[in-house]
Structures are given as C-alpha cells and as structure tokens.
Ligand binder design. Sequence first.
Ligand SMILES: [Zn+2]
Length: 95
Amino acid sequence: MIIKCPYCGPRDVIEFTYQGDATRQRPDPASTDQAAWNAYVYDRANPMGGHREFWLHSGGCRQHLVVTRDMATHVISSVGFARDAVASGKGGDRP
Ligand SMILES: [Zn+2]
C-alpha cells in the first residue's frame, strides 16, 4: 500500500504507523457516564467502504495524518494533516 504523505510524497506503508480510528469522539472529560466511556474505550466499528484513520509517518516527516481508506480495497481517497482535520472538527480526537 502506498500512502501519499502531503509533505514527503508517495511512500510505502512500511514507513507509517497506524494510530487508530479518526472518527471517534471522546466524551467530556468531566463526564461520569460509564456507558459513554465504555463505548469510547472498547466499542469499534468495522465499516465497509471509506474510513478515516490516523497514521503517523514514523519513518519520514513524523507528521500525524488522517487517511481515508476503503476498508475492502485499501484504495486511499484522501490524505491530510491531522492537525488540519482536528482544528476543523472533522478529525475526531487527537491521535
Ligand atoms: Zn511525511
């Protein structure tokens, strides 16, 4: 799989480290809702189709990225800096 880092260009996936689902939203830290915290920590979706994920370019520029990847075909439709996605509210929690 090739990931096109916005800073370094196309690189092999071996240079990257998967950091998780980029769509999860952490409950309010002051919340004592155990069901919400349990869901945040343990529940994971396994969606078919496009999915947003955090990746770290650990063997390159060390930037955190948000990659939209098809879970069935591994075709990557977009790659951007996580800082931009988090700042715009579209990236879920920080990696
Ligand atoms: Zn890079």
